[in-house]
Design a protein around this ligand. Structure first.
Ligand code: GDP
Ligand code: MG
Length: 357
């Protein structure tokens, strides 16, 4: 058989830490001289994550405008173009964070129809430990149903952000996870301390393939849960002799957070790019964090601001809230903003290309 590329799906809810992990893994492989490729995915266009990954010198393909499951061929096309360009040993693929049923719609079709070209790793799903503690998984609500299903179908659960958790909390969350999914192995992981990276690498480097039966899912509830979310992507430009990128990003996110309860904010991200730097700051629930910085924390000159927000909200309200947050923050530093383009919508009903059960 010809040399196969290993396809590694990194799933998990919005804000769980997928892009951060993919970057850490990619840096590890690049340092070791192992060629890798990345495929990002989103319901919208103008993605902060693609920018972020590209800035790190990685070869990345983007599947925008819909999830992998509903655009399966685009995932394959993206992977093939990476194979042609870089002959990667591994392709790290990040499905949309509000997607579930990935075993039936992505992993199984990869294995069944593309097994000659790709070996598909068991489905890895990240779970934000901090968030589980702050908002226990209510299986009754629609959002809880979706997040719960993502955990149920995992073949490997990665409990992320352990650097922010006490040992007792970790043990408690692991017990919750085992209750939801007794079959999956659990890895404790932190992008900050490096805990768990070795085990995740072993998982990627092993030859084990995805091999799980799909877990039943009610597409009506799943679709309603996705449709509860508003999805905002906007690009703004401004000019400033010098400004603090962290303060500006955090101010925008703080203003957005004042307009919604914290549980409503699945993930909001601000990326700023100027002559002197590139920064990404995230808000997940009520947790603000700097996702990465290139160059200085101070931006200067002509600057681009990319704002992605996934919030339980009517799209029209979210668009107004997002625009107002940017406008108010830029005014605060004496800047007029230029809105280049934006879009806000709710994801449509998932309609997978394949569903193998
Ligand atoms: N403290 C901590 N923060 C993390 C960790 N992993 C990711 N984050 C932060 O969580 C936020 C969301 O991460 P991101 O990778 O964009 O999540 P994604 O939506 O799943 O791709 C970012 O601000 C990250 O810096 C971690 O292990 N520990
Ligand atoms: Mg991401």
């Amino acid at each position: 058989m010809k040399e196969r590329t290993r396809m590694v799906l990194v799933g998990g809810f919005l804000g769980a830490g997928k892009t951060t992990l993919i970057n850490k893994l990619a840096q590890h492989f690049l340092a070791a001289g192992v060629p890798i490729g990345v495929v990002t995915n989103d319901q919208g266009q103008m993605l902060v994550d693609t920018e972020f990954v590209k800035m790190r010198g990685l070869d990345v393909e983007e599947v925008p405008g819909g999830c992998f499951c509903c655009n399966f061929q685009k995932l394959i096309d993206g992977a093939e173009s990476l194979v042609d360009r870089v002959r990667p040993q591994y392709i790290l693929a990040e499905p949309v964070g509000s997607c579930t049923d990935l075993i039936a719609t992505v992993a199984a079709p990869l294995k069944a129809y593309h097994g000659d070209s790709y070996s598909t790793a068991p489905l890895m799903v990240l779970v934000d430990g901090l968030r589980i503690m702050a908002e226990p998984l209510a299986t009754s609500g629609k959002g809880g149903y979706l997040r719960n299903h993502q955990l149920e179908e995992a073949e490997l659960l990665v409990l992320s952000k352990t650097d922010q958790m006490g040992v007792d909390d970790i043990v408690q969350v692991e017990a919750i996870l085992r209750g939801i999914n007794p079959e999956a192995r659990i890895i404790r992981y932190s992008a900050v301390s490096g805990e768990g990276m070795e085990q995740i690498l072993l998982h990627i480097e092993s030859e084990e393939e995805t091999n799980r039966q799909p877990v039943d899912v009610d597409y009506d509830i799943y679709a309603d849960a996705e449709a509860e979310l508003g999805w905002y992507n906007g690009v703004f430009e401004f000019q400033s002799p010098e400004y603090d990128s962290y303060t500006l990003s955090m101010d925008i996110l703080r203003r957005l957070s004042e307009k919604y309860p914290s549980q409503a904010i699945a993930h909001a991200k601000v990326a700023l790019t100027s002559e002197s730097n590139h920064t990404k700051v995230s808000l997940v629930g009520n947790e603000l964090s700097v996702g990465g910085v290139f160059g200085s924390r101070y931006g200067k000159g002509p600057s681009k601001l990319n704002f992605n927000a996934r919030v339980v909200s009517q799209p029209g309200d979210l668009r107004d809230a997002a625009r107002a947050s940017v406008q108010e923050s830029l005014l605060q530093i004496g800047q007029e903003h230029l809105l280049v383009t934006d879009a806000c919508f709710s994801p449509g009903r998932p309609n997978p290309t394949f569903r193998l059960t």
